[in-house]
Design a binder for this molecule. Structure first.
Ligand SMILES: [Zn+2]
Length: 199
């Protein structure tokens, strides 16, 4: 692993204290409450966490994936109630993945799988329609916009499995709910969701 010289939360040349953050940034991270007992997030989407996610996704600082995965790994150790058999990333549409050059959820899922000793499955789910961004849509429009856009690639991969679904940010939940329903409808036993941040 190549160590970054800069903190991912403030871009200062400060010493990295934990994950990719300096001690000052760590003091400005707020833990997020779980939702319905099945959606978990490491932190609230603000300040250094928001900056770090932005640097990861849009500035393509891929090493941050390893830091987030380490953070998720620690979180899972502290939350033994989150049991699962396989790790599944929220998929991007192939066109979007090609443009970004990587799926941010997959890289985290990949490293987390190594740390947890559990399989991470890249294309367990596929996104079959390149829907418009959820930004600027109201709650009903968001639900409609994501309806039917995900598909399970092979049912045998997820059938009767406890799944840990990985994403970067939990926003209104429309995307996560749609993925959740798709997995359950196709026979997943249980689905827990873990994201880096909760908006
Ligand atoms: Zn910092």
């Amino acid at each position: 692993m190549v160590f970054p010289e800069k903190c991912c939360g403030c871009e200062q040349q400060a010493a990295i204290e934990k994950y990719c953050f300096c001690s000052n940034c760590l003091n400005h991270i707020t833990a997020a409450p779980s939702v319905y007992g099945r959606i978990f997030s490491l932190a609230i989407y603000e300040g250094p966490v928001m900056k770090a996610i932005h640097a990861y996704k849009y500035e393509k600082k891929k090493w941050i994936a390893h830091s987030f995965a380490t953070w998720m790994h620690d979180f899972l150790i502290q939350h033994p109630e989150i049991q699962f058999d396989i790790i599944v990333p929220v998929p991007l549409h192939p066109i979007k993945e090609f443009r970004r050059s990587f799926n941010q959820s997959w890289l985290m899922a990949f490293y987390l799988g190594k740390m947890q000793g559990k399989p991470a499955v890249y294309h367990a789910l596929v996104k079959i329609r390149n829907n418009r961004s959820q930004t600027n849509l109201d709650s009903d429009e968001r639900k409609e916009n994501v309806a039917g856009v995900y598909k399970v690639s092979r049912i045998s991969i997820i059938k009767d499995k406890n799944i840990l679904l990985i994403d970067d940010v939990y926003t209104t939940g429309a995307t996560i709910e749609e993925v959740y329903k798709t997995l359950r409808r196709n026979g997943a036993r249980q689905v827990k969701i873990l994201t880096v941040a909760k908006a």
